[in-house]
Design a protein around this ligand. Structure first.
Ligand SMILES: Cc1cc2nc3c(=O)[nH]c(=O)nc-3n(C[C@H](O)[C@H](O)[C@H](O)COP(=O)(O)OP(=O)(O)OC[C@H]3O[C@@H](n4cnc5c(N)ncnc54)[C@H](O)[C@@H]3O)c2cc1C
Ligand code: SF4
Length: 479
């Protein structure tokens, strides 16, 4: 087993002037923390049994070479661990922070399966790449040779950016178009900063920009520029627009003020964390401070809304979900975190309308029980008659999931084939769509999914685009 450094306790000099003292304490804290994190990463990495049947690796969507970078970390060879880690993952420090590891790598760790607690793979992955950034090992992309072909990527979320990274490394000219003013997609404006710090995302955007990726931000395709124009400008196009149409509730009172969409609430909150002035926050419209907040939904977006509301200073935060705890789609870890922070969960509770004149004052709730399983085997919720009540609320946040926008209509591309769910129909490993030279990746293909899957799609699709460019197919199509 690797030798572990001892934690060091530092004597604080009480005579120091207050400011210097605070600075020194900070430095001491950083030093102790760095040593602690290092010791912890080595301790965890050395717990890997190098079992030879790496289920962790096969259950990671990127097939990260986990046992190898754990071994290198345990041996203190962090730069090599970083090289191995970044060879298969474009944003390891992001995945390390926000992958649902209990369902992926860690849930399938042999040590976890044998009842001894998983190796904390995500935390080690985060540590390796954070250390790489601190030590300057993460460098801007510098292609060995520039190519003349260009690729347009619509959407600067993890799917689009992962594709941009691979293509740029191969010397291709890459332009990313995004309707937001900052790239990153849901990494920037969806996932809250307490789960994923914004500077961690922004330094990746900067790295891509420094490496020659062109960003056209504040540019909504279909409004500011047509899809046809983008197609004409580039040798290939990748659609990576995600899914943003919020599922809604059509019931009495649903038009009252104070009933808001989760994505609007989270976007505004994230903008505030960048220091932006946001009218809807200042006016109180999308600000939970001093309010009784009710969040409707049981997925991870609902968990992000309840936890954000707590941080904004809501007086109470309740979460309504129509099934029970065991049947909720969100992660149990997130529920436990929310409960610890003071969120109250009302299980088996569904809205049937909203009370209030102009502004919402409450949610009319009907109590449910779980009935017979449906075709998928999942128990359907049934109403318990006579058990309705009103849940007081000043702000109601609807977190009921997302659907794709109707891109063929919005972009006047009837030939762009979609599935019955409205997601773009694309080849499984390449992302090829029904339009020649047009590819699609991430949530717009899979439906609402995970960051790690968007990265995987982006990388696979970029390989397919490179194959097309190398074959000369793009040039032939342009003739
Ligand atoms: C609140 C929330 C929390 C989440 N938490 C997690 C988590 O903890 N872990 C996890 O793995 N996953 C999480 N997810 C899911 C994850 O964020 C997505 O699966 C992932 O971001 C999808 O990546 P993408 O690149 O396909 O799309 P997105 O990240 O959605 O990026 C799409 C980009 O396309 C741009 N765009 C859309 N339409 C246009 C247009 N017409 N013109 C120009 N630009 C356009 C958008 O502005 C956006 O920047 C969460 C999702 C939400 C909503
Ligand atoms: S990318 Fe996600 S699933 Fe893969 S090793 Fe990292 S944390 Fe685990």
């Amino acid at each position: 087993m690797a030798k572990q450094p001892m934690l060091k306790f530092v004597q604080i000099d009480r005579d120091m002037p207050a400011k210097r003292d605070a600075g020194k304490r900070r430095e001491d804290f950083d030093e102790i923390y760095a040593e602690y994190a290092d010791a912890k990463a080595k301790e965890q990495s050395s717990r890997c049994s190098q079992c030879g049947v790496p289920y962790c690796q096969s259950h990671c969507p990127l097939h990260n070479n986990i046992p190898d970078w754990l071994r290198l970390t345990a041996e203190g060879r962090l730069q090599e661990a970083y090289e191995v880690s970044q060879a298969t993952n474009t944003f390891p420090e992001i995945c390390g922070r926000i992958c649902p590891q209990d369902r992926l790598c860690e849930g399938n760790c042999v040590i976890e399966q044998s009842g001894h607690g998983t190796v904390t793979i995500g935390a080690v992955e985060k540590y390796i790449t954070d250390t790489a950034w601190e030590n300057g090992w993460v460098q801007p992309i510098s292609p060995a040779q520039e190519r003349t072909e260009s690729v347009g990527i619509i959407g600067g979320g993890p799917g689009g950016l992962a594709a941009a990274d691979v293509l740029r490394r191969a010397g291709v000219q890459v332009t990313v178009y995004d309707r937001h003013d900052r790239a990153g997609g849901l990494l920037t404006y969806g996932i809250p900063g307490f789960k994923l710090e914004k500077d961690v995302v922004m330094r990746r955007n900067e790295q891509l920009e420094q490496g020659g990726v062109t960003f056209r931000l504040g540019c909504a395709v279909g409004e500011d520029i047509s899809f046809e124009e983008i197609r004409a400008r580039h040798d290939a196009v990748i659609i990576a627009t995600g899914v943003y149409k919020s599922r809604d509730l059509a019931m009495p009172g649903s038009g009252l003020q104070g009933i808001e969409k989760a994505i609007d609430f989270l976007t505004v909150s994230n903008r505030k964390s960048f220091g932006d002035t946001v009218e809807d926050f200042e006016s109180g419209k999308l600000n939970a401070q001093g309010k009784r907040v009710v969040v409707i939904g049981g997925g991870d977006t609902a968990m992000d809304c309840v936890r954000t509301s707590i941080r904004q200073g809501a007086t109470s935060v309740k979460c309504l979900y129509r099934r029970d705890r065991a049947n909720m789609p969100g992660s149990q870890r997130e529920v436990a975190n929310a409960e610890e922070e003071g969120v109250i969960f009302e299980w088996l509770s569904a809205p049937k309308g909203f009370a209030g004149d102009d502004a919402v004052t409450g949610v009319m709730v009907q109590k449910m029980r779980l009935g017979a399983p449906d075709a998928s085997g999942r128990q359907s919720p049934e109403v318990i008659e006579g058990a309705d009540y009103v849940e007081d609320a000043d702000l109601v946040i609807k977190a009921l999931g997302f659907e794709p926008e109707d891109l063929p209509t919005l972009w006047e591309q009837p030939e762009l084939a979609v599935t019955r769910w409205g997601t773009i129909r694309a080849e499984f490993t390449t992302g090829e769509t029904a339009l020649d030279g047009v590819y699609a990746v991430g949530d717009i293909v899979r439906g609402a999914s995970l960051v790690v899957w968007a990265i995987r799609d982006g990388r696979d699709c970029a390989d397919a685009v490179l194959k097309r460019l190398n074959s000369g197919a793009a040039a032939i199509a342009a003739e």
